[in-house]
Design a protein around this ligand. Sequence first.
Ligand SMILES: C[S@@+](CC[C@H](N)C(=O)[O-])C[C@H]1O[C@@H](n2cnc3c(N)ncnc32)[C@H](O)[C@@H]1O
Length: 227
Amino acid sequence: MKKEMVKNSFSAAAKTYDSVAKIQNLSSRELVNLIDTPKISTVLDIGCGTGNTSLELYKKFPKADYTLCDLSENMLQEASYKFPKEAQIICCDAEKYEFVENYDLVIANLCVQWFEDLPKFVKKTKNHCSELAFSTLLDKSFAFYRSCFDRPPTFDYPSAEELLNEIGPVKKFKIGHYSLEFENFFAVARYFRKLGANLQSTKTPNTIKSQQKNPIILDYEIFFAIV
Ligand SMILES: C[S@@+](CC[C@H](N)C(=O)[O-])C[C@H]1O[C@@H](n2cnc3c(N)ncnc32)[C@H](O)[C@@H]1O
């Protein structure tokens, strides 16, 4: 998906994101729990959205200096309203960002699945931080949702094995499963719109199977890693 579309979609959802970001918040917590470094003084939160991952991290490292980065100005505005201390703000495409300083920790919760070249991003970022913590979607995500279509949308998320092969050695990783239940497809569409995630990547129109029964389950398979 084009970066401009990702940006516009999240910008339009900046005011509604928090009302639906339940899985994203659980994922933030899980990712932050995976970090066992005792002292972190500088943090760069990539794809910070409305700032929930940094808020979670702030509970653990209140004295650290925070830099919040996102493609969307609207998201950054929401994040800076909420964040309890002054943070540096960088509005950019993180895949193109030229680092001007190094960080103890770079964190990216449920952002890198929008990237074009994750291995390149990991390699570049690792040259500028002691630790990179990220989470992303795996191939079993939305399996039930996809099974509801005659021509299922394709999302191109990798398997854990493919991801590990692509990015090389990690310090540790884990996989988590989460799900949400919706009464019908309209509710799923509303959810994605409020989240800013326009997930459908196939060009052909999909037909929902006529025998499809309620409810619609949206299952997330999330990969968490410390690199
Ligand atoms: C699903 S939200 C996650 C937000 C936040 N990390 C959280 O845990 O709630 C994904 C965020 O990544 C941002 N994003 C997507 N691609 C990006 C890129 N190339 N560079 C910077 N931010 C990006 C989007 O604008 C959006 O705010």
